[in-house]
Design a protein around this ligand. Structure first.
Ligand SMILES: Nc1ncnc2c1ncn2[C@@H]1O[C@H](COP(=O)(O)OP(=O)(O)OP(=O)(O)O)[C@@H](O)[C@H]1O
Length: 219
């Protein structure tokens, strides 16, 4: 599976001050990509296009040569993309366990209501049983982030789009998440695209793409 951008261009308010133009990028399966760049350079913006959450002013995004507009953005998001964004959008009055249980209930997964499976998935990102049964609002930002990652990954999508997924985490927890992204790419064949401002984390990716002076460069 190949995700491409063709002559993508975007501006928010004024065409004369474009965020970028003529962006031609290719993302393949089995690879972990990091997009790195200064604050305000437009990283979140491009991720929202790749995730089918927003539409660029010009250009096309295609999956295996088929425009995602043709597929339909809603269908594209449901079938192809798991998104992890900075705001976790967890149900804060529920426990971590209930958040995952609720999300699982609306998938086609055979693990619906499977307590052992849910606890295993949470343990994968370092959320232990005691934490799993705490109300989400009593957990730290980093813990909430990790729960949001588990939830996103329940949707077994070929593309994982993550915005600063390690932004709130300390070094040890960042490693857990980065290793999980590597595993998703290398062992599960996914296309993982992570936005980060952290060069050390970007170095862990298979491909680093730098957004600088309105240009994307593969390092
Ligand atoms: N909805 C919007 N309307 C107008 N301007 C916007 C909108 N969203 C973002 N911008 C502007 O576009 C630029 C790029 O924003 P974006 O969030 O993509 O940057 P970023 O590289 O992800 O930044 P950060 O690392 O700080 O999250 C910024 O100058 C931002 O203020």
């Amino acid at each position: 599976m190949i995700l491409t951008t063709k002559n993508l261009a975007h501006w928010y308010t004024d065409e004369s001050s474009k965020l970028y133009s003529d962006v031609n990028l290719t993302f393949g399966s089995n690879k972990f990509y990091a997009i790195i760049g200064e604050s305000g350079s437009g990283k979140t913006t491009i991720l929202s296009f790749l995730a089918g959450l927003d539409v660029p002013r010009a250009g096309e995004i295609a999956i295996d040569g088929v425009s995602i507009n043709k597929i339909g953005l809603t269908k594209y998001r449901q079938r192809y993309v798991a998104t992890i964004f900075q705001s976790y959008n967890l149900l804060t009055s529920m426990t971590a366990y209930q958040n995952i249980e609720t999300a699982l209930a609306i998938t086609r997964s055979s693990h619906k209501g499977d307590r052992q499976y849910i606890l295993e998935q949470l343990a994968r990102v370092g959320i232990n049983q005691a934490q799993a049964f705490k109300n989400v609002h009593k957990l730290s930002g980093g813990e909430q982030q990790r729960i949001a990652i588990v939830r996103a990954l329940l949707v077994d999508a070929p593309i994982v789009a993550a915005d600063e997924a390690t932004g709130n985490l300390d070094h040890e927890n960042s490693r857990v998440i980065v290793n999980l992204f590597k595993e998703l790419a290398h062992d599960y064949g996914k296309t993982v695209i992570l936005i980060t401002h952290d060069r050390e984390i970007a170095k862990e990716a298979d491909v680093q793409i730098e957004l600088k002076d309105r240009q994307f460069t593969v390092l």
